[in-house]
Write a protein that binds this ligand. Structure first.
Ligand code: TLP
Length: 345
């Protein structure tokens, strides 16, 4: 339950900084990051690059900015970006792909949100007199709107190898890449190895109050720094944020399994409610469920839940998504479950 008395399962973005993060924020050494002089941000960027196995990393205020810069680095105006049809990049970033990079998305619907090279390669368009040429392949792991599903390492590798052989770049929206690695029992380094740039978020399941990182080659990240400034992301003494981010990076990935177990618990219990259909295999911390059999709009259920102290957002008329996280432990999930049952019976 959060400080307002609600059990908030709308997203893992609602997590609050832990006590250790708040202490570290109060004590953080800071400097002007636009001059490259914030020691805590510099430490976070070095550490993130090391953990992801990339040459360099850039601290950005949000995942959206990380994706925006990632796309910009690999594309020119008038090109195309292949991505899964429900990808965050395409659906939830206010068309930044077009607005900032001047590109169009080529949406490809993939089962469970997991793109395969077989599918991707058929969508690649060469330069010619009619069609926008493909510049980039964008992957999302875990895939948010496919219910937190995980793209396995071998699939990532096949797509990245295929893309590179075709002269294309790969940007990974790894907002929840630590969840993917926890599910697979692999390292984020292995999962990110083939991608040219990777964005991941500190401010979701890892509980930092703000921030994401964009990692890649030194040269790309140096250019990315300029785009960050253009976008208004030069944050000066943001070491106070990076201090929380360092704790998120070092200490929080190890507990993600707990969130995944809670999501599985919720999905298994909710599957017993006749009006509920769990839409995807629950692999990480997100559960998308269909309540069309209840004869109630998803927004209506969301409203009823809220009246009873549980926050879960609708995605459309039929679907809702719940997210498990650090601030909704098993007891809170159990209470939320009882409320969901009440509202649907
Ligand atoms: N996702 C948010 C909403 O925007 C939907 C959420 O509650 O899940 N990539 C992925 C895969 C994301 O899920 C998100 C945020 C982002 C990028 C953007 O991150 P922010 O919100 O930091 O810009």
């Amino acid at each position: 339950m959060n400080e307002t008395g609600f059990i908030d399962l709308r997203s893992d973005t609602v997590t609050r900084p832990t006590a250790a993060m708040r202490r570290a924020m109060a004590e953080a050494e800071v400097g002007d990051d636009v001059y490259g002089e914030d020691p805590t941000i510099n430490r976070l960027e070095r550490r993130a690059a090391e953990i992801l196995g990339k040459q360099a990393a850039l601290f950005v205020p949000s995942g959206t900015m990380g994706n925006t810069i990632g796309v910009k680095l690999h594309t020119r105006h008038g090109q195309e970006v292949i991505c899964e049809a429900r990808s965050h990049l395409l659906e939830y970033e206010l068309a930044m792909l077009a607005w900032f990079s001047g590109c169009v998305g080529r949406p490809v619907r993939a089962a469970g949100g997991v793109l395969r090279w077989e599918q991707v390669k058929q969508e690649i368009r060469p330069l010619g007199p009619h069609r926008a040429p493909t510049a980039l392949i964008e992957l999302e792991n875990t895939h948010n709107m496919a219910g937190g599903t995980v793209t396995p390492l071998e699939v990532m590798t096949e797509i990245c190898d295929g893309a590179h052989n075709a002269g294309l770049k790969v940007h990974l929206d790894g907002a929840r890449i630590f969840n993917a690695a926890a599910h697979l029992g692999t390292t984020v380094k292995d999962l990110c190895a083939g991608a040219d740039t990777v964005m991941f978020c500190l401010s979701k399941g890892l509980c930092a109050p703000v921030g994401s990182l964009l990692a890649g080659e030194e040269e790309a990240i140096a250019r990315g720094r300029l785009y960050r400034k253009r976008l208004g992301g030069g944050m000066r003494q943001a070491g106070v944020l990076a201090a929380a981010g360092l704790i998120a990076l070092e200490e929080m990935p190890a507990r993600l399994g707990e969130d995944h177990a809670n999501a599985r618990f919720m999905a298994e219990e909710m599957a017993r409610i006749p009006a509920v259909r769990i839409v995807h295999r629950v692999e990480t911390n997100l559960v998308i469920f269909d309540i069309s059999a209840a004869g109630m709009a998803a927004s209506e259920l969301s409203r009823k839940l809220k009246e009873r102290g549980v926050l879960i957002n609708p995605i459309d008329q039929r679907l809702l998504r719940l997210a498990t996280h650090h601030d909704a432990p098993r007891a809170a999930c159990e209470r939320a479950l009882r409320v969901i049952e009440e509202c649907l019976h």
